[in-house]
Design a protein around this ligand. Structure first.
Ligand code: ATP
Ligand code: MG
Length: 420
């Protein structure tokens, strides 16, 4: 009997790990620079949180959640996104008493029961940030700048920032009506899925990938038309703040995004080098969500960025280089019983001070040990036998040049500290 991994999941290992680590290190360094703190929330929450937070009529809640029930009859869902859990944690831990905005980030696996394809998986990873308690347009602009800085830092510069404002729920309701009226007049031109959306959540039609639906949208009313004065001013403020930071944008009047909690600003970064799954980052403002989840009225803004899609772009652009320049470990080989024990002790001492070191624990002969040293691309080797134990001196061989220096066993650590 053999097992395979579930559809739409991946094993990340070997040379891929270096690329993942590079992205994660860049994220952590960037968040430190922006004074954004890390938060880690559970992999699953009560299902109700997502139904309430993300919205009953969204695709994510209706079709994409992995749900399960425990022995006590409680319903849970694997998190399909990061924001709802962070908001729940913010409220539950009383973070509203802290200084605002609370700037939080996460790197987390999220789960969606989608049809797997390139750039679309059932478990994927998101880097996300949430600025909670952030009202001003400058907050939106700073959040957007974090995403952009990361993309640029990783060498991904051919991205477009698409931005729109959908206003408050009242503006949105007005827009919904205007849009629905428009759709009603063109209902026979919609695909079957969109005909269903027309009743439940007409704005989802804007997300439709069907060519005829897309073509129809060219003549549709836009959300900017129905913004009230304050929402319009906020949107203009965001655009001005982006300009102040030197960030280019494209106002996309039909961008509405797939989650219900958004208010006012919505944005996406689209790659011009990815195919169909070209959105690498999506985000926006969610001023009503915290109250909706039982907290005080608190304005917030954030985004989620798909790490797999980031890596796909990097791969396509040749930005993932093999890490051949990394210094290999020190290899400690041995001959005989006393050499084995002295070698084990020396290896532990090197590891204790953080010097990468490999030591044979497979009882190989010395020739086979050296073969392994080669496979590990060892930078140095030391072989300890009876003589070395007796004299207390060893030869440190540089594997690239073949040259060796003799040192006292007790001086080996000092030698590597000075040479690394
Ligand atoms: P899409 O329109 O591609 O389905 P979305 O609007 O569902 O994206 P969000 O909920 O905004 O995506 O998630 C934020 C980011 O997470 C996306 O921009 C994308 O990079 C990534 N992402 C979303 N769903 C998946 C998935 N199934 N597999 C891989 N990455 C994903
Ligand atoms: Mg989606």
């Amino acid at each position: 009997m053999t097992y395979s991994r579930p559809k739409g999941t991946a094993d990340i290992w070997g040379k891929d790990i270096a690329a993942w680590r590079r992205v994660e290190d860049a994220i952590r360094a960037l968040c430190r620079a922006f004074c954004i703190d890390e938060i880690r929330t559970p992999m699953y929450e009560y299902e109700e949180l997502f139904r309430r937070g993300i919205g009953e009529t969204t695709d994510v809640v209706q079709k994409e959640m992995f749900t399960f029930t425990d022995a006590g009859g409680r319903d849970y869902a694997l998190r399909p996104e990061g924001t709802a859990g962070v908001v729940r944690a913010f409220i539950e831990n009383g973070m509203s008493s802290l200084s605002m905005p609370q700037k939080l980030y996460y790197i987390m696996p999220v789960f969606r029961a989608e049809k797997p394809q390139k750039g679309r998986y059932r478990q994927h990873h998101q880097f996300g940030i949430e600025y909670i308690g952030a009202y001003n347009p400058e907050c939106d602009a700073e959040v957007i700048s974090v995403a952009r800085e990361l993309l640029f830092k990783l060498g991904i510069e051919d991205v477009e920032l698409h931005i729109n404002s959908i206003g408050w729920p009242e503006c949105r309701a007005k827009y919904n009506n205007a849009f629905k009226t428009f759709l009603g007049k063109n209902i026979d031109k919609l695909c079957p899925t969109c005909r269903e959306r027309f009743e439940k959540n007409p704005l989802r039609v804007l997300d439709c990938k069907n060519e005829s639906c897309k073509a129809l949208m060219a003549g549709a009313p836009t959300s900017v038309d129905t913004l009230d004065k304050e929402c319009r001013a906020h949107f203009m403020g965001v655009l001005a703040a982006l300009e102040a930071l030197g960030i280019d944008y494209i106002v996309d009047p039909f961008l509405v995004r797939g989650l219900d909690y958004y208010t006012r600003t919505v944005f996406e970064f689209k790659s011009t080098s990815l195919g169909a799954q070209d959105t690498v980052c999506g985000g926006g403002r969610y001023d009503g969500l915290i109250a909706e989840c039982g907290g005080q009225d608190t304005a917030s803004v954030g985004f989620g960025m798909g790490i797999e899609r980031l890596l796909l772009i990097m791969e396509e652009k040749g930005l993932i280089k093999a890490q051949t320049d990394e210094t290999g470990p020190v290899f400690i080989g041995y001959i005989g019983y006393s050499g084995k024990n002295a070698g084990a002790r020396l290896a532990l001492e090197l590891r204790r001070v953080g010097i990468p070191c490999e030591y044979d624990i497979m009882e190989r002969g010395v020739k086979a040990q050296m073969k392994r040293a080669d496979k590990l691309n060892a930078a140095y080797s030391i072989i300890i036998g009876d003589d070395e134990v007796e004299t207390g001196r060893v030869k440190i061989k540089d594997m690239r040049t073949g040259e060796a220096v003799e040192k006292g066993i007790d001086d080996v650590i000092t030698y590597f500290k000075e040479n690394n």
